[in-house]
Design a protein around this ligand. Structure first.
Ligand code: FES
Length: 317
């Protein structure tokens, strides 16, 4: 990340088993750009990795004094979670991006169900605070493998009271049956963040809901099946360059190979930094950024993971 703001870690505390909350402030105490619930920041770590974390404190102010993120221990960590849990200390200088929101709440939604699984509670906790501040009719269903793993449990109880419902796999004997749980739910919208099996079950259980009423943020984009990784021709309309994207490289790889500078951050289809306008061709969307409606519109492509469904793709680059 070339741009951003220098911050210091001002506090670190455990907010659940294997979950650390990290507070970041500017060294001189100057305020940071504000954000609404659902926003995330890019955090550049000293080990060279950049990771995206949802803001826990995002109440829609123009400026805010700190950024608060929560980082879960990931046994399959490729360096982000592990570094935070093992190396991060108060006083550590870091660099953050301005907040970016791909998971904002729609003000037209007044009766809202918030659904969180595991560390997915971080944007959902921010949404609960926003719902409470705006006087909405809201409920929160928070799921975790056990009660000790639910981050901000006491704060959630204090904020939500009877609006909070929990499901702990170890007490219930397994994961929540979302189909059963949602059968009677009558809400304008569901906002959900959690592991892929939970969100896949949510998609199935709400297939009959109106477009735009079920919104979710995923931790991981879906990997391309082997059969989907075909070579295709990539044309860049502004620069006039054409190349073949091999099955083994991404569009972003191809851009870098051609020497075309293009912004990117997560390189996993999660952050939306690398989006590019589509001029021609059918995209094979493999990111976790675009909604089903945005995918169907075929106007934007996350070049770090998404590909071409046909033989030729023309981007406005
Ligand atoms: S770089 Fe994050 S979505 Fe592509």
């Amino acid at each position: 990340m070339s741009t951003g703001t220098d911050v210091l870690v001002s506090a670190v505390r455990a907010v659940a088993r294997d979950v650390l909350a990290v507070e970041l402030r500017q060294p001189g105490g100057a305020p940071l750009p504000g954000a609404c619930a659902g926003a995330h920041i890019d955090l550049s770590l000293p080990n060279g990795l950049t990771r995206q974390y949802s803001l826990v404190n995002a109440l829609g102010e123009a400026r805010q004094t700190s950024y608060l993120v929560a980082v879960g221990w990931d046994s399959a960590s490729r360096g982000g979670s592990q570094w935070v849990h093992e190396r991060l200390r108060v006083g550590q200088p870091l660099r953050v991006s301005a907040p970016r929101n791909l998971f904002a709440m729609d003000p037209a939604h007044h009766k809202v169900l918030l659904l969180a699984g595991g560390i997915g509670i971080t944007p959902i906790f921010a949404m609960a605070q926003q719902c409470a501040a705006r006087g909405l009719d809201w409920n929160l269903l928070a799921c975790a493998r056990s009660a000790s793993r639910l981050a901000y449990r006491d704060e959630l109880k204090a904020l939500a009271g009877a609006r909070l419902h929990t499901h702990f796999d170890d007490e219930a004997g397994g994961p929540l049956n979302l189909g059963e749980r949602l059968a009677e739910v009558r809400r304008d919208a569901i906002y959900a963040c959690g592991p892929a099996p939970m969100l896949d079950a949510l998609v199935q259980a709400t297939a009959h809901w109106p477009a735009g009423s079920v919104r979710m943020e995923r931790f991981q984009a879906a990997p391309a099946a082997a059969g989907e990784r075909q070579a295709f021709e990539l044309r860049l309309s502004r620069s006039g360059l054409t190349t073949t994207v091999s099955p083994h490289e991404s569009v972003l790889d191809a851009l870098e190979r051609l020497g075309v500078g293009h912004p990117a951050s997560c390189r996993e289809g999660l952050c939306g930094t690398c989006e590019a306008p589509i001029l021609e061709g059918q995209a094979l969307h493999l990111d976790a950024v675009l909604s089903p409606q945005e995918r169907a519109a075929q106007q934007r492509l996350m070049v770090c993971v998404s590909r071409c469904a046909g033989n030729r793709l023309v981007l406005d680059l």
